[in-house]
Ligand binder design. Structure first.
Ligand code: ADP
Ligand code: MG
Length: 300
């Protein structure tokens, strides 16, 4: 494309809230046949809330909430925020008189799995099944049943282990964005296949994918795994677009031919992307691809 055509298209994009950084992405976008969407915060609203909390050991509700808050208060993950909010309310309901919670030591973040640390003499783990497996914490049938019941409803479960035993769990829901299904079906009408990639578990991922009409799903992928999936899909021969919002999406946004960041996402994702959807509107994925198609067809 001529520099003028690219300048015109870039200006037009900007006026519609689609910030295109440079001509390269714009030129590649018209050939895109695959759009890979991150799940949390991209297809879903990204503001999870806790819908259920249970105990699986004889720990008191207050102690359970205390250790959970101590661990999760240090995490930036949206799930952690939901869990902390809920645990604070629960703890009050169960008679806690103050907001105080014990300090955590040896705090560690396990990307795509959860957090760990020590509260007093107790070893605390808060996260998913994978985290429990990594630390050899047995997951009983009772716990498995709780998890799968909620995962089928597209919820994500957060397990809390104290000294190597599951003490309790939370189920978290994060609804899909109202326009997600419409965007996927419109892309299909443009002959573009939508794909979902997520660090969340397979069952929750599949449930969300079927809500929005996506057939191709990759779950339980870490940030580099997401980038690897993009590279695999590129082997099919046409440029691949990736849409994401998180730090964990940035390697994939860089790997993609056209990386698109949700404007409300993290700065790291916005920096890694070629296109920023300023209005945080999923429909602007279509605006961007359409703009590229129109620009490129005019020149050819
Ligand atoms: P996504 O790709 O969906 O944005 P992430 O890679 O950020 O997901 O996280 C994957 C999974 O790891 C989450 O669905 C959750 O089960 C677990 N997880 C990560 N961090 C935490 C945390 N702080 N507390 C509880 N669970 C967590
Ligand atoms: Mg995300």
């Amino acid at each position: 494309a001529t520099p003028t055509a690219i300048m015109v298209a870039t200006g037009k994009g900007a006026s519609q809230g689609v910030l295109i950084k440079g001509g390269n992405a714009l030129e590649k976008a018209h050939k895109v046949k695959l759009v890979v969407f991150d799940k949390t915060g991209t297809l879903t609203v990204g503001k999870p809330t806790v819908v259920s909390a249970v105990l699986f050991s004889n720990i008191s509700m207050q102690d359970f909430c205390d250790v959970t808050i101590s661990a999760e208060a240090n995490s930036e993950h949206p799930i952690a925020k939901a869990v902390v909010d809920h645990a604070k309310k629960l703890r009050q309901k169960h008679g806690a008189e103050n907001e105080h919670h014990p300090e955590i030591e040896d705090f560690e973040v396990h990307t795509g799995a959860g957090v760990s640390g020590k509260v007093g003499e107790q070893r605390i783990l808060v996260g998913n099944r994978r985290l429990m497996h990594a630390f050899n914490v047995p997951v009983s049938n009772e716990v498995e049943n709780y998890i799968s019941e909620h995962e089928q409803l597209a919820r994500t479960c957060v397990l809390v282990a104290v000294d190597g035993k599951i003490a309790g769990a939370f189920a978290v829901t994060d609804p899909v964005k109202p326009d997600a299904a419409r965007v996927v079906s419109f892309l299909k009408s443009m002959d573009i296949t939508s794909v979902m990639v997520t660090g969340d578990n397979w069952a929750t991922a599949r449930a969300i994918a079927s809500e929005v009409g996506i057939q191709m799903v990759f779950a339980e992928t870490d940030p580099l795994g997401k980038a690897d999936k993009i590279k695999e899909l590129q082997l099919k021969g046409t440029p691949v677009a990736m849409v994401g919002d998180g730090i964990n999406d940035s390697p994939a946004l860089v790997a993609a031919d056209v990386g698109m960041a949700i404007g409300a996402g993290t700065d790291v994702a916005i920096e890694a992307a070629d296109v920023v959807l300023i209005k945080s509107n999923l429909e602007d994925v279509i605006t961007a691809l359409d703009l590229s198609r129109k620009t490129m067809s005019r020149i050819r």
